[in-house]
Design a protein around this ligand. Structure first.
Ligand SMILES: NC(=O)c1ccc[n+]([C@@H]2O[C@H](COP(=O)([O-])OP(=O)(O)OC[C@H]3O[C@@H](n4cnc5c(N)ncnc54)[C@H](OP(=O)(O)O)[C@@H]3O)[C@@H](O)[C@H]2O)c1
Length: 228
């Protein structure tokens, strides 16, 4: 039986490319997206080993519904890629919108937390379970000193914290947890001026999902550990 992966927010961008690379490696993949039409369209691009499941990561019922779907159809899960994310406007602390900051935290931090919690019982049934949190260099400690993009920086910094504590808490269960920065990638979020392709942006996430050399509880870019 092939390994099973879930990729959130995968109807486009880096998530879509992660689905492509994982399916090429023989994984069965559940491509999740918040909009049914966009998600179904994206999943159709692939063969029968890519399944679509609608999930808005900010929705409180979605992760449990996804867990139910996986339980009934596959019985276990090997890899979870928490990719879904939004960026905030470039405002410093003084003018940052609280509403916007809350939405970014809900998506980029509480989304991965809820999805990981809901899918944990299924990951515990895998021999080699992994969770990859798609973070950003803007979530590094050094980067906080630059200021600006308050909601986004805070959300990715917090996501890195979540990775560290999940890796510690899940060590005894043998579940590996990573954060990774894809670099600056040409997507709707990164913009046309970005210096990396989606193939390059997705590469480290796929490596972390599959390589025996990936060390749990670390922050990666280009398959190498970087500073938190
Ligand atoms: N691009 C970069 O340069 C860059 C750099 C560092 C980190 N990252 C991170 O990489 C990840 C992917 O980014 P990207 O560049 O591929 O961005 P993107 O092209 O904007 O794609 C983001 C994806 O997340 C989905 N999404 C957003 N909110 C969601 C929600 N509440 N529930 C479910 N799905 C949701 C979007 O769905 P819709 O299509 O419905 O909006 C879309 O599929 C993000 O976590 C981002 O922070 C990107």
């Amino acid at each position: 039986m092939s390994k099973l992966a879930v990729v959130t927010g995968a109807n486009k961008g880096i998530g879509f490319e992660i689905v492509r690379q994982l399916s090429e490696k023989g994984f069965t993949v559940i491509l999740t997206a918040r909009h049914a039409g966009k998600g179904e369209e994206a999943a159709k691009t692939f063969g029968e080993n890519v399944h679509f499941f609608q999930m808005d990561v900010t929705n409180s019922d979605g992760p449990a519904e996804l867990a139910g779907f996986i339980e009934s159809k596959f019985g276990k899960l090997d890899v979870l890629i928490n990719n879904a994310g939004i960026i905030s406007s470039n405002r410093g602390f003084e003018t940052a919108s609280i509403l916007e900051t809350e939405l970014v935290m809900k998506t980029n931090l509480f989304g991965p937390l809820k999805v990981s919690q809901a899918l944990l019982p299924l990951l515990k049934k895998s021999e080699d379970a992994r969770i990859v949190n798609i973070s950003s260099g803007m979530g590094s400690l050094e980067d906080q000193k630059i200021g600006g993009y308050t909601g986004y920086r805070l959300s990715k910094w917090s996501l890195n914290g979540l990775t560290m504590l999940m890796a510690a808490d899940l060590k005894s269960a043998g579940i590996k947890v990573f954060s990774m920065c894809p670099g600056w990638v040409k997507t709707d979020m990164g913009g046309a001026g970005a210096n990396r392709s989606v193939e390059q942006g997705a590469d480290t996430a796929v490596w972390l999902a599959t390589s025996p050399d990936a060390k749990s509880g670390f922050f990666y870019r280009d398959r190498k550990v970087i500073q938190w």
